[in-house]
Design a protein around this ligand. Structure first.
Ligand code: NG1
Ligand code: MG
Length: 549
């Protein structure tokens, strides 16, 4: 239901935020980006597209195998002031006037101004670069092209990624010209920290191009999520839809339970607000280890995508499921086939019960210890190909031709075990929150401990089975627990980035002081600098467009 709502378009900020204080506090940022836009481009912007980052409370590395997650939007966001550019401006140079040229600037001087003009290509003749493009399998019909360098992380790649979807959805027939655009970007989501600055960039960019081209009408939140997911793949990470769904669909005061099977759906769920025991808040703490997901994708993120896909295939075969050589089911689909009845998936409660029954089947992926290094649960490429029942050539075609990955051992068993146990924890987390909602605030403190324990177990699984943590993040999580958090876990893709801790509201200050004292990289940080890296966050509103007059 939440996914079927239209994209909110506001004409004033007090309608955009849940309370007058937030609207007033945010107002200054909006005013200053408008003023700066006028100064740089010599005309007023017509819209501000806004998309928040997110904190994933639980459910890591399971969205791309179609299991549900539990994120909330955070207050930190990306704003893009935008409008049609004037004749003679840089965006209109080199056919930009008729081909939707773009002049994109960023308030952060670290990010250089960029101009680019999309190319219109005939759909029947993709270029060699497009053929080699990992995402071109998704967009075989695409006729617009923008150069995105996947070997390097460039800020404008995210702007281009957002534009791609808009061009190919609305301007592929070439009966109408895309409008040339001037845009000014500013953001408060730290990049590479697991709070999803990338999805906030892609969602806000997609929204900005939709708005300037007058294409917002009739687009639902779910459609925007799907566009932003496809768009983000253009940057070279084969991600699921967790971040985009959180950034688009979330509402203030609630997290969402977002599921991806059989289709995208989202259920806003208020976080427990006890009356009798201290309220709890979520505190994000940045490990300050920056994970460059695009550059390290082949040994980290994309490798997890491939390991879970191959694991799903092997499991399907070992469960006696029939698979064609080119089929590439995800773990959720294998689970669903194993169940055999859509009835059993009609509610999250039923899915949880069935997942508990399914869990022992994962043992079918455990390799026999014979001829293996002590404790090694992974398989070599050669074994993996054998297990898949495919020829080497077929295996390459289905599992490797669209992605670059590198490993000595592929951990099919550990990853699948992480996925199924994490999917169960998400559903348990959801149940605890719903129980708390039904109790209307009369909660035993155990409710918070239950949530905390699920977060701790999730961290343990991310660290040991998914292996998406790192020593600094593990240390921060330990420290958070020792500093009084009900629970703490890594949030986001990992290999650095942030933890999220559940902390009693009246203890946030002492909690932060303890972390500052115990985590060496924070020792020198004070005031605003400290607040940049460790802060309590309230569930905020999802993406919207502000129409300026
Ligand atoms: P972040 O932390 O934003 O890079 C990534 C993926 C998600 C999800 C999480 C792990 C992108 C855009 N997002 O998030 O889809 O898989 O990792 O749970 O790559
Ligand atoms: Mg990201």
């Amino acid at each position: 239901m939440a996914a079927e709502l239209p994209i909110p378009i506001f004409t004033s900020l007090d309608k955009a935020f849940p309370d007058i204080e937030t609207a007033a506090a945010q107002g200054a940022r909006y005013d200053s980006v408008v003023k700066e836009y006028e100064k740089r481009f010599g005309h007023k912007p017509t819209f501000i597209a806004r998309a928040p980052g997110r904190v994933n409370l639980i459910g890591e590395h399971i969205d791309y195998v179609l299991f549900g997650c539990f994120p909330a939007a955070i207050e930190r966001d990306i704003l893009i002031a935008c409008g049609p550019s004037q004749p003679g401006s840089e965006a209109t140079a080199q056919d930009g006037a008729t081909r939707g040229g773009v002049k994109a600037e960023n308030l952060n001087p670290k990010y250089q101004p960029q101009s680019f003009v999309p190319m219109l290509k005939s759909a029947s003749a993709p270029s060699a670069a497009e053929e080699a493009d990992a995402a071109s399998t998704v967009h075989a019909e695409a006729s617009w092209h923008l150069d995105i360098d996947k070997r390097e992380l460039r800020w404008e790649s995210y702007v281009k990624a957002g534009y791609y979807g808009v061009l190919n959805r609305f301007f592929a027939s070439n009966t109408e010209h895309p409008v040339p655009v001037d845009m000014l970007v500013t953001g408060s989501v730290p990049s590479g920290s697991g709070l999803s600055s990338s999805a906030a960039m892609v969602v806000s960019s997609t929204l900005a191009f939709l708005a300037v081209n007058n294409k917002l009408e009739g687009i639902t939140k779910g459609q925007l999520v799907e566009m932003a997911m496809e768009n983000e793949k253009r940057v070279g990470v084969n991600s699921g839809g967790l971040d985009q769904a959180a950034s688009v669909i979330c509402t203030p005061h609630s997290a969402i339970f977002v599921d991806f099977f059989p289709r995208l759906s989202a259920e806003p769920i208020p976080l427990p607000t006890p009356r009798t025991v201290p309220r709890a808040v979520f505190v994000c703490a940045n490990s300050l280890v920056v994970s460059d997901k695009v550059v390290s994708a082949k040994i980290h993120y994309n490798l997890r995508v491939v390991e879970t896909l191959v694991g799903a295939r092997v499991l399907a075969l070992r469960l006696g499921q029939q698979l064609g050589p080119s089929e590439r089911p995800r773990l959720r689909e294998v689970f669903s086939r194993w169940l055999g009845s859509p009835e059993l998936e009609s509610s999250p409660e039923k899915v949880k019960a069935e997942l508990l029954r399914f869990l022992p089947e994962i043992e079918k992926l455990r390799p026999s210890p014979q001829g293996r290094k002590e404790g090694e649960l992974g398989v070599t490429m050669k074994e993996m190909v054998e297990w898949s029942g495919l020829s080497e050539e077929q295996f390459h075609q289905v599992y490797l031709s669209w992605v670059d990955v590198e490993a000595e051992y592929f951990q099919l068993y550990k990853r699948a075990r992480h996925v199924i146990t994490e999917a169960i924890r998400v559903l348990e987390f959801r149940e605890v929150c719903l129980r708390a909602q039904a109790a209307e605030g009369d909660l035993p403190e155990d409710t918070l401990r239950e949530l905390g324990a699920l977060m701790d177990a999730s961290h343990e699984s991310c660290s040991k089975l998914c292996e998406s943590s790192c020593s600094e993040v593990d240390q921060l999580a330990e420290l958070a627990r020792a500093s009084g958090a009900y629970g703490c876990r890594i949030t986001g893709a990992g290999w650095g980035g942030c933890t999220v801790s559940l902390v009693a509201e009246d203890q946030v200050e002492s909690f932060i002081a303890k972390i500052k004292a115990g985590y060496a990289p924070y020792k020198e940080l004070e005031g605003e600098k400290l607040h940049e890296v460790i802060f309590a966050t309230k569930p905020s509103s999802g993406a919207f467009v502000l129409k300026l007059d």
